[in-house]
Design a protein around this ligand. Structure first.
Ligand SMILES: [Zn+2]
Length: 276
């Protein structure tokens, strides 16, 4: 039952993320009723129900019948599942996620009982918020090859605050942030902006803040390069792209960061376990 509630909550967040994407893309304010991007008609509340509206409208605007982008139901569904996965993950790995965080928070608020209820939910919220930011950046980079500062900069601030509240080591956190920025900053300088865009520098810093350790950051980079190579080779084989066409690397980083947040530690242990 609680799973259903979290999933529906994730769907609603996804619906909100679609609005954020559309309005930042068009440079509009986040307030005001939503409109159809094609005809400008104000939508009614029942046109805005996640998934269901798309289904009963058969993917078309109720007024002008313009096709609604598949992005809307997809982002809603992915968001719903990400929140659900985050919940399952925290529940399934209490020691891994909550051990140190609980003792630190218990000292901070002087109540072990309160810390024990608060921390797991804060972990779920943190993963959900991180994944939401990454999902928005994924869509932006995939569709328009941009990583807007309106997303990356607030995301860095929010991720910093959440990780500090969760008692993450601030030196490790700052080191990872700097490493993430320097990694892409150096490539940007050497190639004069040909290999990576300046948005990647902010995304690198963001992933550093989210992972809060240089090991976690390296795992994410590693996954992103593997994903990038696999998809790149796949697209060439399918003759969708040629060698020279650019794939937006931010999309792979966003996916890799979500994988890294969930299983980064396991992958790190497994990798070194193979070597020794
Ligand atoms: Zn319309």
């Amino acid at each position: 039952m609680i799973e259903l509630f979290i999933f529906i909550f994730g769907l609603c967040i996804g619906s909100f993320l679609n609005v954020v994407i559309l309005r930042i893309k068009d440079g509009k304010s986040l307030r005001g009723r939503s409109q159809c991007p094609a005809c400008g008609q104000q939508l009614r509340w029942y046109h805005n129900i996640p998934i269901f509206s798309f289904l009963f409208l058969h993917g078309r605007c109720a007024f002008c019948k313009a096709k609604i982008s598949w992005q809307y139901p997809l982002v809603e569904l992915v968001s719903g599942f990400l929140w659900l996965i985050g919940y399952w993950h925290v529940i399934a790995n209490p020691d891994f996620y909550q051990g140190e965080a609980i003792s630190k928070m218990a000292t901070g608020i002087a109540s072990l009982a309160l810390a024990m209820t608060l921390v797991p939910w804060l972990q779920v919220l943190t993963f959900g918020v991180f994944a939401s930011f990454l999902l928005v950046l994924f869509v932006f980079d995939l569709r328009w090859y941009i990583l807007p500062d309106e997303i990356t900069l607030p995301a860095i601030a929010v991720a910093l605050a959440l990780n500090l509240i969760l008692g993450k080591n601030w030196q490790a956190l700052l080191l990872a942030t700097a490493l993430g920025a320097v990694w892409f900053g150096a490539q940007y300088l050497i190639s004069r902006g040909k290999w990576v865009g300046d948005g990647d520098i902010r995304l690198g810093a963001l992933i550093g803040v989210m992972m809060a350790s240089w090991q976690g950051l390296l795992v994410v980079f590693f996954i992103a390069y593997i994903l990038g190579s696999l998809v790149g080779v796949g697209l060439i084989l399918a003759r969708r792209r040629n060698m020279s066409s650019q794939l937006p690397f931010g999309t792979f980083l966003a996916v890799a960061a979500i994988i890294g947040l969930l299983w980064g530690q396991n992958l790190w242990d497994w990798y070194w376990g193979i070597l020794w």
